[in-house]
Write a protein that binds this ligand. Sequence first.
Ligand code: RFL
Ligand code: PHB
Length: 392
Amino acid sequence: MNTKTQVGIIGGGPSGLMLSQLLHLKGIDNIVLEKHSREYVLGRIRAGVLEHGFAELMREAQCGERMDAEGEIHEGFYVAEGNKKRRVDLAAHTGGNSVVVYGQTELTRDLYEARAKLNGKVIHNVEDVKLHDLKSDAPHITYRSGDDVIRIDCDYIIGADGFHGVSRKSIPSDVLREYEKVYPFGWLGVLSRTKPVSPELVYAKSDRGFALCSLRSQVLSRYYIQVPLTDSVEDWSDDAFWDELKKRLPDDVANALETGPSIEKSIAPLRSFVAEPMRYGNMFLAGDAAHIVPPTGARGLNSAASDIYYLYHALVDHYEKGDDTGLDNYSEKALARIWKAQRFSWWMTTLLHTFPDSIAYDQKLQQTDLQYLFSSEAALTSLAENYVGLPF
Ligand code: RFL
Ligand code: PHB
């Protein structure tokens, strides 16, 4: 069975869905191929913090209504060390900028609903996706659905299929360069139907390891603790999780913590990763397919947003004006912003976590970095401008 589209998008996560919606609104035909069911994609609990640029893109995609009604604007967050706590005033340090607390699950649901309303083509449960003839003017995708093999002829293919997807792997190894740093720990995350301990996020460094208090709404909390990579979810009962979290938080925060049964519990390893180039022939990588950051700086989804923004404008320029400058510059432009998000995420991870192999010298530098942050307006400004997101 053969079909045809202008842009074939692999991956129905936030990156793929957002691009699909934006292109559709400009009359550019596209098909999204997703390996899993919609329920499965929506069951993954991931990002909670969106930068201004991402929120703007949601509005441009005509998907911002619920986010604007239910998302919370946060103008600051706390960094804690032991019993010391310092508020980072995002608004004051960035000329009034802020972030939006709105879960990835919710925004993905909004994008799916928007796609359905416009009869967008999103095909779930596709198997065996393969990319072909990427260097030619007629690239195509094949996939299996039951016993049928289906071929989609495209002008362009977008690889938005996350870190474990097939798109990046379709770039020949003598072209692809991969830069990777794996951290010797992961984050154990718990979602609970409890009142958040703090109206603003608390990033806490302690002798026992890192902890983060985040939220999805005023009745839904999200907490994380740093754990060794050898731990599994089964090693952590709810009681053990709450006990350990309390030990890592300043006393006033720990005393105010409301605990309850977990409704989701998972461990995510921490990794920094960049693939270069982000274009191969007529295939373009976007989002986690091309780059991963440790979640400490809340940059992952927000880095995907700039890729989608650049690709969207480049494709519109191609189809509306015959101008390919944006497509030709995409990889270089996207990577320039991505490396800044990599640097920031690495820095924030290094500042706040306990590294099992660190030497006394490293620990002294870490303490000094934190003291500098707590005492310098310039250091706080640098943290704030990176956290709210550098301009696209
Ligand atoms: P996704 O979300 O991984 O979606 C890719 C989709 O592609 C599908 N797929 C395939 N489809 C067809 N064929 C194949 N062969 C396929 N292989 C895979 C997958 O099923 C999937 O549906 O990538 P995308 O769209 O680029 O989105 C990236 C974000 O999900 C990610 O960057 C963020 O979640 C990272 N992240 C955070 N980012 C933020 O900006 N702010 C945060 O506060 C934040 N917190 C987090 C996070 C990630 C976390 N984890 C679990 C890694 C917190 C955590 C704990
Ligand atoms: C989350 O709420 O899941 C979250 C918030 C901030 C981060 C990472 C994750 O830096």
